[in-house]
Design a binder for this molecule. Structure first.
Ligand SMILES: Nc1ncnc2c1ncn2[C@@H]1O[C@H](COP(=O)(O)OP(=O)(O)OP(=O)(O)O)[C@@H](O)[C@H]1O
Ligand SMILES: Cc1ncc(CO)c(N)n1
Length: 279
């Protein structure tokens, strides 16, 4: 006789505000990672909670040290958050190693009907590596993609996960990501050398190109994190995927344009709240 295991979480009922959980790593400069995600959640009035899977000593010029958190402690954080705060949407960022990813996968399968956005980050805007070992890429492919409502890699990350050639177009990369199990794939900045920015979305049936002007600032530290965090909130609020992808792109594009150019000497942080605060 097979017995269905009990869900490991208590799952409180609905709250008035949208609750989103980011599962990712600390960025000490707070432009990206869980700090960036929490700011993005707050910028649109959502309540953000976090499960820390790694810590980076990082600033706008790069990462100087990092460490992954013990999977058991990750599991305890997830339980603490989901049992009490609850979640209307979950975002997964950095994946440091396979045991960590599989621990998440084992737990996230219980999140029936809650949007899960997977942002398979492997490098910072300044070019430092963030995880991305071959074993963690395999765990992302085999474990995380099948749980993803939408996966949001940039082109380099999409190539790494799909193992397709350098010259594979975004259309093929996105279709392959869906073939691997994601419900949808959104490749950010699909043509990095073009004068216009284009996010390529494949919703499982149709392709959509989300285009906008390319900001020429160096304020893109945390752009990808902010994008996937906002996407999580909009999906949690029931916005359809194409609409959510447009809204997230527009907000982040503006956040790069009006970015925090006075912070740090490298790739400055995005600023989602620029213009809303009177200094
Ligand atoms: N120069 C730019 N001007 C306007 N929008 C941009 C620019 N660069 C990126 N974007 C937008 O920012 C969002 C995040 O994309 P990006 O490709 O920078 O993520 P990423 O490479 O994963 O970033 P990160 O390394 O910070 O995680 C997308 O909606 C993309 O279109
Ligand atoms: C911790 C962390 N996660 C994600 C990114 C991607 O921007 C970053 N720079 N740092």
């Amino acid at each position: 006789m097979s017995v269905t295991p009990l869900a490991p979480y208590h799952f409180p009922g609905k709250a008035q505000r949208t609750r989103c959980v980011t599962i990712g790593s600390s960025d000490s400069s707070a432009g990206a990672g869980i700090q960036g995600d929490l700011k993005a959640f707050s910028s649109v009035g959502a309540y953000g909670a976090s499960v820390v899977v790694g810590v980076t000593a990082q600033n706008t010029t790069g990462v100087s040290a990092s460490a992954a958190i013990d999977p058991k402690l990750v599991e305890s954080q997830l339980k603490a958050v989901l049992d009490d705060v609850g979640a209307d949407g979950v975002k997964v960022g950095t994946s440091w190693n396979a045991p960590l990813v599989w621990t998440l996968v084992d737990r996230l399968v219980w999140l029936d009907d809650i949007p899960v956005v997977v942002d398979p980050v492997m490098e910072t805007a300044a070019g430092s590596a963030l995880g991305g070992s071959e074993e963690s890429v395999v765990a992302i492919r085999e474990g995380l993609l099948p749980l993803a409502w939408v996966v949001t890699p940039n082109v380099r990350e999409a190539r790494r996960i799909t193992r397709l050639d350098e010259d594979a177009p975004p259309e093929q990369l996105a279709e392959e990501l869906v073939q691997l199990g994601a419900q949808a794939a959104l490749i950010t900045d699909a043509f990095p050398d073009d004068p216009e920015v284009c996010d390529w979305l494949f919703d499982g049936e149709k392709h959509h190109e989300i285009r906008g002007p390319r900001a020429s600032t160096r304020c893109d530290h945390g752009a990808g994190c902010a994008h996937s965090a906002l996407l999580t909130v909009f999906l949690a609020r029931g916005v359809d995927l194409v609409g959510a992808a447009h809204q997230a792109h527009e907000a982040v594009s503006l956040a790069i344009q009006r970015g925090a150019a006075d912070i740090g000497a490298g790739r400055h942080p995005v600023d989602l709240l620029a213009g809303s605060v009177d200094w």
